[in-house]
Design a protein around this ligand. Sequence first.
Ligand code: ZN
Length: 419
Amino acid sequence: MNEENAPLSRFRFQRMLEMLEKKEGRGTELITVYIPPGKQVSDVMSDLRSEWGTAGNIKSKTTRKNVQDALTKVMERLKLFRQIPDNGLVFFAGTIASDQPGVGDMETYVLIPPEPISTYYYRCEHRFMLDPLYELLRSEDTYGILIMDSKEATFATLKGRRADIVREITSGVPGKHRAGGQSARRFERLREMHLNEYFNRVGGHMTEIFLEAQNLKGIIVGGPGPTKEDFVNGDYLHYELKDKVLTVVDAAYTGVEGVKEVVDKSKDFLMNIRFYGERKIVQDFLRHIGHDTGLATYGEREVLQALKSVNVRTLILSEGVRRALVKLRCRECGYEKTKIVDLGELEAFEQELSEMKCPKCGNEVYELMEKEDLIEALVGMAEEADADIEMISTHTEEGEMLIKSFGGIAAILNYRQFH
Ligand SMILES: [Zn+2]
């Protein structure tokens, strides 16, 4: 993802997928091509040429022509790449069905995924194939989990809600009760030695499993008794991993049950870490509103106004906002106005447009000059005004409040605004 503003690129990527999801072909004629990094352009070209040949067998004349045209378009676009980008490449092309039969436009989309893809395939279907890209969007941070007591240790990874056991080892440390005839001191010394050896082994496994792990956001350690604390506080864990230990959780179990228990207990904790930044931003906004500092505003019109007067320090937008900014113009007298319409009602609005009267000359000759996703319009203005842009998800209580109580559009201002 774009290092500059990852949440924003994520949002844009998601909206792009939603847009592509709506496209449909009249027949089985929309093509999707996924190309992973490392693939040779020339190899892909020859595969596509062979698909073009195979498409010659399609019975329906229109479908055959549409599929072959789409493949040609993809090959034309692919030719512009000397090599496949680091994250791979995805093409969508096809004739999109319209209301009138026989009429449709060829559309082509080239997408560089926000994270590397590993699939290589060609599909020709009624719709574009988007699942692997939605999967990328869902991919979440990874956490390492270590569950241990003096008898055994379990290593697992946690991604989203899914925990996978990576490795399980036993300690070989004898129990706390010595056999008859053994001196207490000797027994204790031996036990210490075994424990030390075991901790070193656990540390070694941790390094092996987690040091090079991708997207590792932190480590959670859990288990019954004080053994886990002795391990974490001792000198057994690679210093980079030690820095990543987020929390140490008490658990009744070890092994698989222990992993489940600790994942369950860490749910809220992880949610707070993940959305810590987002929550802080909304809280800051709420503080301004609550204390009536005059340094925060919300609502479409208010924020647009603040952006126009270059008075926005931070633009705060909810991912849940689904509105479009529409610019209309009267063809007769040139009167212009902007309207904000729900994305879902945009089509109906465009149809009603011909019956709308111009308030200036009274003619019914409005034309649509521009339509833009409201979020994109606001982001564009904020960029021009050099304001910070914060995208807020709806995964937290604060995020929910932002969209429900404030319409999902808010701003922290540079100075008080007079109305
Ligand atoms: Zn007019």
